[in-house]
Design a protein around this ligand. Structure first.
Ligand SMILES: Nc1ncnc2c1ncn2[C@@H]1O[C@H](COP(=O)(O)OP(=O)(O)OP(=O)(O)O)[C@@H](O)[C@H]1O
Ligand SMILES: [Mg+2]
Length: 264
């Protein structure tokens, strides 16, 4: 199993010491070649769970009262920081909703890609640059040799998101975590970006796709989980069967609402 989340609970503690349980007894699995879509309303704990997998939650305030996150058999929650850094970016690629939150505004996009490559691969600067340019081309940035010199703010939102995808996928990660990868984009660009993600991730990798958009899940996911109030309330190994007959009343509401939006 590529990813196995066992009885995971994640809480946040505020300055007053109050504890907010954001994920409760979550169990999920993901194999190579699968796309696990996690859906649910805002605040249901989707990002908390997915960011925990790459241990990207700032801790404090986040802490882990119980559970395990086995990535290829290794418990991410017990991994020392240097080991964690080796895995993040290389074996686990992350694509966020907000490119400006994860691209540095101070550095040219080409340099940022090169830096990520050199952090993980024994490669000459020249070879790293070539790989970065290759990936800028793959994600559809026109004229990569020129555009690599751009700063993130000089690019459109859609272009920034493409750079993020290059960053997340270029080292061929075994696990891709995409948290609302297209939410900030126009509908037409959303489809392009999703297509790119589908084409460019390694075929035998696993993808954890977080979205509130059931349309995206029905296009991309091979299995799905519905979260509500920090818990996984329904899972389905067959998205088509889920859409045909969701079991939990809350899931039924989600599907009904998505249909209504579609008809508009
Ligand atoms: N840094 C934080 N400190 C304290 N509480 C947090 C923090 N991040 C998230 N939470 C809380 O944890 C709960 C789950 O939030 P989370 O961001 O995981 O939900 P989500 O499903 O990703 O929502 P969205 O669809 O809006 O992205 C919410 O109650 C939220 O307020
Ligand atoms: Mg979120």
């Amino acid at each position: 199993m590529l990813l196995e989340i066992d009885d995971l609970s994640v809480s946040y503690r505020n300055d007053e010491g109050e504890v907010n349980p954001a994920a409760i007894d979550v169990n999920l699995t993901l194999d190579r070649g699968q796309v696990l879509g996690i859906v649910g309303e805002s605040g249901s704990g989707k990002s908390t769970v997915s960011m925990s997998v790459a241990r990207l939650l700032p801790s404090p305030p986040a802490f882990y009262p119980k559970g395990r996150i086995l990535f290829d058999g290794t418990d991410m929650l017990r991994l020392p920081l240097p080991e964690l850094r080796k895995i993040r970016g290389k074996r686990i690629g992350v694509i966020f909703q907000d490119p400006m939150g994860s691209l540095s505004p101070l550095h040219r996009i080409g340099d940022q890609l090169v830096e990520t490559v050199l952090l993980h691969e024994r490669m000459s600067g020249k070879a790293a640059r070539a790989l970065a340019l290759e990936w800028l081309g793959k994600v559809g940035i026109p004229d990569p040799a020129v555009r690599e010199r751009a700063y993130p703010h000089e690019l459109s939102g859609g272009m920034q998101q493409r750079v993020m995808i290059a960053m997340g996928l270029m080292l061929g990660p075994d696990l891709v975590i995409a948290d609302e990868p297209t939410t900030a984009l126009d509908v037409t660009i959303q489809a392009q970006v999703l297509r790119l993600m589908r084409e460019l991730h390694k075929a035998n990798s696993g993808v954890l796709l977080i979205t509130h958009d059931l349309g995206v899940v029905s296009q991309m996911a091979t299995k799905l989980a519905v979260m509500k109030d920090g818990r996984v309330i329904e899972t389905a190994d067959d998205p088509a069967a889920f859409f045909a007959g969701p079991k939990h009343p809350y899931s039924q509401g989600l599907v009904r609402e998505a249909r209504r939006m579609e008809l508009k």
